[in-house]
Write a protein that binds this ligand. Structure first.
Ligand code: KIV
Length: 263
Protein backbone atom coordinates (compact mmCIF):
# COMPACT_ATOMS: atom_id res chain seq x y z
CA UNK A 1 0.00 0.00 0.00
CA UNK A 2 1.25 3.49 -0.86
CA UNK A 3 2.44 5.66 1.99
CA UNK A 4 0.28 8.74 2.54
CA UNK A 5 0.71 11.89 4.60
CA UNK A 6 -1.77 10.36 7.08
CA UNK A 7 0.61 7.43 7.53
CA UNK A 8 3.51 9.84 8.18
CA UNK A 9 1.32 11.64 10.77
CA UNK A 10 0.68 8.28 12.46
CA UNK A 11 4.42 7.59 12.59
CA UNK A 12 4.94 10.96 14.29
CA UNK A 13 2.13 10.26 16.75
CA UNK A 14 3.61 6.81 17.54
CA UNK A 15 7.14 8.27 17.77
CA UNK A 16 8.34 5.96 15.01
CA UNK A 17 11.05 7.67 12.99
CA UNK A 18 10.54 8.35 9.28
CA UNK A 19 13.28 7.32 6.83
CA UNK A 20 13.60 9.56 3.76
CA UNK A 21 16.10 9.80 0.90
CA UNK A 22 16.52 11.82 -2.25
CA UNK A 23 15.99 10.00 -5.55
CA UNK A 24 16.42 11.17 -9.12
CA UNK A 25 15.75 8.12 -11.29
CA UNK A 26 13.53 5.05 -11.56
CA UNK A 27 16.13 2.42 -10.60
CA UNK A 28 17.14 4.04 -7.32
CA UNK A 29 13.52 4.97 -6.55
CA UNK A 30 12.58 1.29 -6.87
CA UNK A 31 15.51 0.10 -4.76
CA UNK A 32 15.01 2.70 -1.99
CA UNK A 33 11.27 2.14 -1.72
CA UNK A 34 11.74 -1.65 -1.72
CA UNK A 35 14.14 -1.29 1.24
CA UNK A 36 11.60 0.59 3.36
CA UNK A 37 12.38 4.23 2.64
CA UNK A 38 9.07 5.97 3.36
CA UNK A 39 9.62 9.35 1.68
CA UNK A 40 11.42 9.98 -1.61
CA UNK A 41 12.41 13.54 -2.44
CA UNK A 42 13.25 14.58 -5.99
CA UNK A 43 15.61 17.19 -4.60
CA UNK A 44 17.07 20.12 -6.48
CA UNK A 45 20.33 18.68 -5.11
CA UNK A 46 20.19 16.97 -8.52
CA UNK A 47 21.94 20.16 -9.66
CA UNK A 48 24.99 19.02 -7.73
CA UNK A 49 24.92 15.22 -7.79
CA UNK A 50 23.54 14.67 -11.31
CA UNK A 51 24.55 17.82 -13.17
CA UNK A 52 27.85 18.69 -11.46
CA UNK A 53 26.98 22.26 -10.46
CA UNK A 54 28.26 23.62 -7.16
CA UNK A 55 24.82 25.01 -6.17
CA UNK A 56 21.17 24.14 -6.73
CA UNK A 57 20.47 27.53 -8.32
CA UNK A 58 20.80 26.49 -12.02
CA UNK A 59 18.15 23.75 -11.70
CA UNK A 60 14.97 24.42 -13.72
CA UNK A 61 11.38 23.30 -13.29
CA UNK A 62 11.57 21.24 -16.50
CA UNK A 63 14.49 19.28 -15.07
CA UNK A 64 12.71 18.52 -11.78
CA UNK A 65 9.59 17.56 -13.75
CA UNK A 66 11.68 15.14 -15.84
CA UNK A 67 13.28 13.52 -12.78
CA UNK A 68 9.91 13.35 -10.98
CA UNK A 69 8.50 11.39 -13.94
CA UNK A 70 11.47 9.00 -13.71
CA UNK A 71 11.21 8.54 -9.93
CA UNK A 72 7.47 8.05 -9.98
CA UNK A 73 7.82 5.20 -12.49
CA UNK A 74 10.26 3.29 -10.24
CA UNK A 75 8.75 4.17 -6.87
CA UNK A 76 6.90 1.25 -5.27
CA UNK A 77 5.07 2.78 -2.32
CA UNK A 78 7.04 5.71 -0.87
CA UNK A 79 5.48 9.16 -0.45
CA UNK A 80 6.86 11.25 -3.31
CA UNK A 81 7.88 14.87 -2.72
CA UNK A 82 9.36 17.09 -5.45
CA UNK A 83 11.36 20.28 -4.98
CA UNK A 84 10.29 23.59 -6.47
CA UNK A 85 13.57 24.96 -7.83
CA UNK A 86 15.02 28.47 -7.42
CA UNK A 87 12.69 31.29 -8.56
CA UNK A 88 9.82 29.00 -9.53
CA UNK A 89 7.56 30.07 -6.63
CA UNK A 90 8.08 33.82 -6.39
CA UNK A 91 4.36 34.61 -6.62
CA UNK A 92 1.28 32.56 -5.72
CA UNK A 93 0.34 32.29 -9.42
CA UNK A 94 3.83 31.15 -10.46
CA UNK A 95 3.82 28.62 -7.59
CA UNK A 96 0.50 27.17 -8.76
CA UNK A 97 1.61 26.78 -12.36
CA UNK A 98 4.93 25.14 -11.49
CA UNK A 99 3.58 22.95 -8.69
CA UNK A 100 0.88 21.69 -11.06
CA UNK A 101 3.59 20.45 -13.42
CA UNK A 102 5.27 18.51 -10.59
CA UNK A 103 1.97 16.98 -9.48
CA UNK A 104 1.19 15.92 -13.06
CA UNK A 105 4.62 14.26 -13.16
CA UNK A 106 3.71 12.11 -10.16
CA UNK A 107 4.64 14.18 -7.07
CA UNK A 108 2.32 13.86 -4.08
CA UNK A 109 3.66 17.02 -2.43
CA UNK A 110 5.89 19.95 -3.40
CA UNK A 111 8.66 21.46 -1.27
CA UNK A 112 9.46 25.18 -1.02
CA UNK A 113 12.45 26.74 0.74
CA UNK A 114 11.85 29.79 2.91
CA UNK A 115 9.92 31.48 5.69
CA UNK A 116 6.84 33.58 6.37
CA UNK A 117 6.91 35.43 3.03
CA UNK A 118 5.79 32.14 1.38
CA UNK A 119 2.54 31.89 3.35
CA UNK A 120 0.32 33.38 0.61
CA UNK A 121 1.70 30.95 -1.96
CA UNK A 122 1.31 28.02 0.44
CA UNK A 123 -2.32 28.94 1.13
CA UNK A 124 -3.10 29.10 -2.60
CA UNK A 125 -1.42 25.74 -3.25
CA UNK A 126 -3.25 24.05 -0.39
CA UNK A 127 -6.60 25.56 -1.48
CA UNK A 128 -6.02 24.01 -4.91
CA UNK A 129 -5.31 20.56 -3.46
CA UNK A 130 -1.52 20.65 -3.67
CA UNK A 131 0.14 19.42 -0.45
CA UNK A 132 3.17 21.44 0.62
CA UNK A 133 6.39 20.70 2.51
CA UNK A 134 8.34 23.61 4.02
CA UNK A 135 12.13 23.80 4.26
CA UNK A 136 13.81 25.94 6.95
CA UNK A 137 17.26 26.37 8.50
CA UNK A 138 19.92 26.13 5.84
CA UNK A 139 18.04 26.81 2.60
CA UNK A 140 20.54 26.06 -0.19
CA UNK A 141 18.76 28.20 -2.81
CA UNK A 142 19.68 31.22 -0.62
CA UNK A 143 23.34 30.23 -0.34
CA UNK A 144 24.56 33.65 -1.48
CA UNK A 145 22.37 35.48 1.03
CA UNK A 146 23.45 33.15 3.84
CA UNK A 147 27.13 33.56 2.89
CA UNK A 148 27.74 29.85 2.34
CA UNK A 149 26.47 26.48 3.56
CA UNK A 150 26.44 27.38 7.24
CA UNK A 151 24.63 26.05 10.30
CA UNK A 152 21.58 28.26 11.00
CA UNK A 153 19.74 29.01 14.25
CA UNK A 154 22.81 29.49 16.42
CA UNK A 155 21.93 32.90 17.86
CA UNK A 156 18.82 33.63 19.93
CA UNK A 157 17.56 35.92 17.15
CA UNK A 158 18.03 33.35 14.39
CA UNK A 159 16.53 30.60 16.53
CA UNK A 160 13.48 32.75 17.17
CA UNK A 161 13.14 33.56 13.47
CA UNK A 162 13.18 29.87 12.49
CA UNK A 163 10.70 29.00 15.24
CA UNK A 164 8.27 31.73 14.17
CA UNK A 165 8.64 30.79 10.50
CA UNK A 166 7.91 27.12 11.29
CA UNK A 167 4.71 28.05 13.13
CA UNK A 168 3.62 30.43 10.37
CA UNK A 169 4.18 27.81 7.65
CA UNK A 170 2.10 25.25 9.57
CA UNK A 171 -0.63 27.87 10.04
CA UNK A 172 -0.54 28.50 6.26
CA UNK A 173 -1.03 24.78 5.59
CA UNK A 174 2.26 22.87 5.19
CA UNK A 175 1.90 19.20 6.10
CA UNK A 176 5.61 18.34 6.35
CA UNK A 177 8.74 20.33 7.22
CA UNK A 178 12.41 19.77 6.37
CA UNK A 179 14.84 21.34 8.84
CA UNK A 180 18.40 21.54 7.53
CA UNK A 181 21.60 22.21 9.47
CA UNK A 182 20.34 23.63 12.73
CA UNK A 183 21.42 22.80 16.29
CA UNK A 184 19.86 19.58 17.59
CA UNK A 185 18.09 21.19 20.54
CA UNK A 186 16.39 23.78 18.32
CA UNK A 187 15.24 21.04 15.91
CA UNK A 188 13.91 18.93 18.81
CA UNK A 189 12.03 21.94 20.26
CA UNK A 190 10.42 22.74 16.90
CA UNK A 191 9.53 19.07 16.33
CA UNK A 192 7.86 18.90 19.76
CA UNK A 193 5.88 22.07 19.11
CA UNK A 194 4.60 21.37 15.58
CA UNK A 195 1.63 19.20 14.66
CA UNK A 196 3.22 18.13 11.33
CA UNK A 197 6.13 15.66 10.89
CA UNK A 198 9.58 17.26 10.81
CA UNK A 199 12.33 15.60 8.77
CA UNK A 200 15.87 16.63 9.66
CA UNK A 201 19.16 16.75 7.80
CA UNK A 202 22.04 17.87 9.99
CA UNK A 203 19.43 18.66 12.64
CA UNK A 204 20.08 15.97 15.27
CA UNK A 205 18.04 12.93 16.22
CA UNK A 206 15.13 14.72 17.91
CA UNK A 207 13.21 15.25 14.67
CA UNK A 208 10.45 12.91 13.46
CA UNK A 209 12.66 11.55 10.69
CA UNK A 210 15.85 11.90 8.68
CA UNK A 211 16.71 12.59 5.08
CA UNK A 212 20.05 12.37 3.28
CA UNK A 213 21.12 13.03 -0.27
CA UNK A 214 21.27 9.42 -1.46
CA UNK A 215 24.63 9.80 -3.19
CA UNK A 216 26.11 10.97 0.15
CA UNK A 217 24.78 7.87 1.95
CA UNK A 218 26.47 5.81 -0.79
CA UNK A 219 29.83 7.40 0.00
CA UNK A 220 30.07 9.49 -3.16
CA UNK A 221 30.65 12.92 -1.58
CA UNK A 222 34.28 14.03 -2.04
CA UNK A 223 34.34 16.00 1.25
CA UNK A 224 31.16 15.10 3.13
CA UNK A 225 29.70 17.52 5.66
CA UNK A 226 29.61 16.48 9.33
CA UNK A 227 26.02 15.24 9.18
CA UNK A 228 26.66 12.67 6.43
CA UNK A 229 27.33 9.01 7.15
CA UNK A 230 28.70 6.71 4.46
CA UNK A 231 26.52 3.61 4.83
CA UNK A 232 28.45 1.77 2.08
CA UNK A 233 31.36 1.44 4.50
CA UNK A 234 29.93 -1.67 6.19
CA UNK A 235 27.75 -2.92 3.35
CA UNK A 236 28.39 -5.24 0.44
CA UNK A 237 25.55 -3.98 -1.72
CA UNK A 238 23.58 -0.77 -2.17
CA UNK A 239 20.50 -2.65 -0.90
CA UNK A 240 22.33 -3.47 2.33
CA UNK A 241 23.53 0.12 2.79
CA UNK A 242 19.98 1.42 2.42
CA UNK A 243 18.62 -1.27 4.79
CA UNK A 244 21.23 -0.20 7.35
CA UNK A 245 20.28 3.47 6.89
CA UNK A 246 16.58 2.73 7.43
CA UNK A 247 17.36 0.58 10.50
CA UNK A 248 19.71 3.22 11.95
CA UNK A 249 17.09 5.97 11.50
CA UNK A 250 14.35 3.81 13.06
CA UNK A 251 16.52 2.83 16.04
CA UNK A 252 17.74 6.45 16.46
CA UNK A 253 21.37 5.29 16.06
CA UNK A 254 21.67 7.72 13.16
CA UNK A 255 22.41 10.55 13.46
CA UNK A 256 24.81 10.07 16.38
CA UNK A 257 26.34 13.02 18.21
CA UNK A 258 29.20 12.93 15.66
CA UNK A 259 26.72 13.96 12.96
CA UNK A 260 25.04 16.75 14.93
CA UNK A 261 25.54 20.47 15.48
CA UNK A 262 25.33 21.83 18.98
CA UNK A 263 24.63 25.38 19.93
O1 KIV B 1 17.48 19.07 -2.60
C1 KIV B 1 17.63 18.29 -1.65
O2 KIV B 1 18.24 17.22 -1.76
C2 KIV B 1 17.10 18.66 -0.35
C3 KIV B 1 17.50 17.83 0.82
C4 KIV B 1 18.86 18.22 1.23
C5 KIV B 1 16.55 17.93 1.94
O3 KIV B 1 16.38 19.62 -0.25
Amino acid sequence: MSISIQHLNKLKANREKIAALTAYDASFARLFSEQGVEVLLVGDSLGQVIQGHIHTIPVTIDQVVYHTHCVSRGNQNAFLVADMPFMTYSTPQQSLENAAQLMRAGAQMVKLEGGEYLCDSIRRLVEQGIPVCGHLGLTPQSVHTLGGYRVQGKTAESKDKIFRAAEALVEAGIQLLVLECVPSDLAADITGRLSVPVIGIGAGNGTDGQILVSYDLLGMHASPPKFVKNFMQDAETIQQAVQQYVAAVKSVEFPSTDHCYDR
